[in-house]
Design a binder for this molecule. Structure first.
Ligand code: HEM
Length: 153
């Protein structure tokens, strides 16, 4: 593939990684620092949907450009037949973490979409909190394996 998309895929991948991870770090800081219930009820219904769509768009572009990069470096055959090399391990770990992260994002997004501005049940509250913590932590590991991968390529 030698189109402009291929040329720009890495730039876009990096920009979206910054947006996606930066967004999740900011929401983590907001969640920790905005403890007042009334302030939360004022802020979240406005910020939530904008943040949600922003994060969803950045994840979709992140995954799409990741797939383009995967084809560019012929990584998918290595993913299907891992050979124990450093690059194969990093690729496998990154892909598994990205898959879990994507499922957690869908869970979080569906709950947020259904309950924005409404009371949540105990389970909705639990799954929403658990998925956002998981996304936050997984991002740090995905970043690590992304750096290992780029170091080798
Ligand atoms: C949440 C999802 C993802 C995040 C946060 C992410 C993050 C990153 C980051 C930060 C880098 C740059 C590392 C550096 O410059 O040291 C990178 C590179 C890379 N990513 Fe991802 N990535 C994601 C998904 C994917 C997917 C699904 C693939 C496809 C298998 C992929 C394939 C690659 C490749 C091949 C590189 C190296 C590109 C190069 O060296 O030119 N990424 N990723």
């Amino acid at each position: 593939m030698s189109s402009w998309i291929n040329e720009w895929a890495f730039h876009l991948h990096l920009l979206m990684a910054i947006s996606w991870i930066g967004g999740s770090v900011f929401m983590f800081v907001l969640g920790v620092s905005l403890r007042d219930k009334r302030a939360q009820q004022e802020v979240y219904p406005h910020v939530g949907p904008i943040f949600g769509w922003f994060e969803l768009a950045s994840l979709i572009i992140l995954l799409s450009t990741g797939v383009i990069l995967g084809f560019r470096y012929d990584l998918f055959s290595l993913l299907i037949h891992p050979n124990g090399s450093e690059i194969s391990d990093a690729l496998l770990k990154k892909t598994i973490l990205v898959a879990i992260l994507t499922v957690a994002t869908v869970v979080h997004f569906v709950i947020a979409y259904k309950t924005n501005g409404k009371e949540r049940t105990r389970w909705q509250h639990f799954f929403s909190r658990a998925s956002s913590m998981l996304i936050f932590v997984l991002n740090l590991f995905v970043m690590h394996y992304a750096i290992v991968l780029r170091d080798i390529l």
